[in-house]
Design a protein around this ligand. Structure first.
Ligand SMILES: [Cu+2]
Length: 143
């Protein structure tokens, strides 16, 4: 009888762990850079994110402005930008497929469809392609 009850309890525990899987992972690495301005991987661009409303909301669709400039400060327009991201410690991506929908000029690009459906460490990666080549930049977010 005792062992049946024990098996039952373990089953419940396993189910709870599966259901809450996203919330019980380790803390993010301590040395993460949460800057909103970052240099791209190959150094071709300096990118700044400006989330609408400044504070990044949880569970709500919102927009960002991505500002791009060359290291010398020249704004970069007319490029192909793709957006990707997710939670490295949870093994899942973004719940939406954000896109750059408009060039606002002066190096500003409107990013539509941003959404983060839980708290924790997120990364958002922009791949930027111009006639001179492609490069990418990654931002860390703490929600
Ligand atoms: Cu998650």
């Amino acid at each position: 009888m005792q062992s049946i009850r024990r098996t039952y309890q373990l089953g419940i525990l396993a189910a709870v762990m599966l259901a809450t899987g996203c919330m019980m992972f380790a803390r993010p690495p301590k040395d993460l850079d949460y800057s909103r301005t970052r240099l791209s991987a190959a150094g071709a661009y300096r990118a700044t994110i400006r989330p609408q409303g400044d504070t990044i909301p949880q569970g709500k669709l919102h927009r960002w402005v991505l500002h791009l400039e060359a290291p010398n400060g020249t704004p970069i327009d007319g490029c192909q930008i793709t957006v990707d991201g997710g939670m490295p410690q949870h093994g899942h991506g973004l719940p939406t497929k954000p896109k750059v929908t408009r060039d606002l000029g002066n190096g500003d690009h409107l990013v539509d469809g941003m959404k983060f459906n839980m708290g924790g460490w997120w990364v958002v990666k922009f791949r930027i392609a111009t006639a001179t080549g492609s490069d990418s930049v990654v931002f860390n977010l703490k929600l």
